[in-house]
Design a protein around this ligand. Structure first.
Ligand code: ADP
Length: 327
């Protein structure tokens, strides 16, 4: 088991609300356990360029409530190359870093797995993405906040939809996974929810709209995950519905990046705090090349090898519930 005296922490990939709370927890857990902690700015790119700064308990004050990440995040093409990863490793050696904590999503973990295969440095990952699409954990940091942001936005859109008897198509994030669309769609009372893992044909969509008209709905909201394949994109889908006269006046809203920002919810702050402390303690116990996650309410560690087996699971039970309650 390596002796850990100094660790580094970075945030990588798409930002998500609660990353700051996770950094704070990592730094304070390190201080609590008597080890040094260094922040690496701009994710893997900053590691390649040696953008390091020592952090102490006070360096992370007043950030638990802030969205984004004060360490900044980045995508790094150079880290995709062996030479880039070697440069990054050399900086860790130069700074005498004994362990690395990576806060990020799916892509960042692919990088972490590759890095820890090539170099002998303990790595622990903390899942932080609004998409909640990481195997081995029931929740990722930022997901709960994003759901609340989407529900709040759709509640506002509903006011206009019902005042004008309109059908709103609302696009939410989720290129490969429909978690945000499905959960926020149910939470916001959507009439239909279109997600990549459950393909609805044009005909089924028209049938569903006709059915909702018949049952007396004067306005309607369809939540569409950006990766849904029913139309080429949400605007094409809207055109198709207009052409086939669904009986509704159709409008499109793309929520976009508002879903990533904002103050993290209490749930995300607590999750980030638990996972941050969990990551440092796992490393100190010699458990490495793992991601910390939460399963059935308990903090667990998942070996990197398991993360690569990722398969998007379709939540058939939730799809069934959405169907039942939207009649
Ligand atoms: P996220 O973590 O939000 O899914 P990305 O998919 O953009 O974000 O990945 C973040 C970064 O992780 C990339 O810019 C790249 O530097 C690194 N990365 C992703 N996949 C790999 C890989 N297979 N090998 C090495 N690094 C990778």
């Amino acid at each position: 088991m390596n002796t850990i005296r100094k660790i580094a922490v970075l945030t990588s990939g798409g930002d998500s609300p609660g990353m700051n709370a996770a950094i704070r927890a990592v730094v304070r857990a390190a201080v609590y356990h008597g080890i040094e902690c260094v922040g690496i700015y701009r994710g893997y790119q900053g590691m390649i360029e040696g953008d390091f700064k020592a952090l102490d308990a006070r360096s992370v004050k007043n950030i638990i409530n802030k969205g984004g990440t004060f360490l900044k995040s980045a995508r790094s093409d150079e880290f995709l190359t062996k030479e880039g990863r070697k440069k990054a490793y050399d900086h860790l050696v130069r700074e005498q870093i004994d362990g690395l904590i990576i806060i990020g999503g799916d892509g960042s973990f692919r990088g972490a797995v590759q890095f820890s295969r090539e170099f002998d440095v303990p790595v622990v990952g903390i899942p932080s993405t609004i998409d909640n699409d990481i195997i081995g954990t029931d929740f990722t940091i930022g997901y709960d906040t994003a759901l609340n942001t989407v529900v709040e936005a759709i509640d506002k859109i509903r006011d206009t939809a019902s005042s004008h008897n309109r059908l709103f198509l609302v696009e939410v994030m989720g290129r490969d996974a429909g978690n945000i669309a499905l959960h926020a769609g149910i939470g916001a009372g959507a009439g239909d929810i279109l997600i990549p893992e459950h393909h609805l044909s044009y005909e089924q969509l028209l049938e569903s709209l006709a059915q909702s008209k018949k049952s007396g709905k004067s306005s309607n909201i369809i939540v569409v995950a950006e990766g849904d394949r029913t139309g080429k994109n949400i605007f094409e889908l809207a055109d198709f519905i207009k052409k086939n006269d669904s009986g509704y006046e159709v409008r499109v809203t793309v929520l976009g990046h508002i879903q990533r920002g904002g103050a993290p919810s209490c749930y995300d702050r607590v999750l980030a705090s638990r996972l941050g402390v969990g990551a440092v303690e796992a490393m100190l116990e010699g458990v490495e090349r793992v991601m910390v996650g939460v399963k059935y309410g308990k903090i667990v560690t998942i070996p990197f090898a398991e993360l690569l087996k990722k398969e998007i699971q379709k939540d058939t039970e939730l799809i069934r519930i959405a169907d039942i309650i939207s009649i």
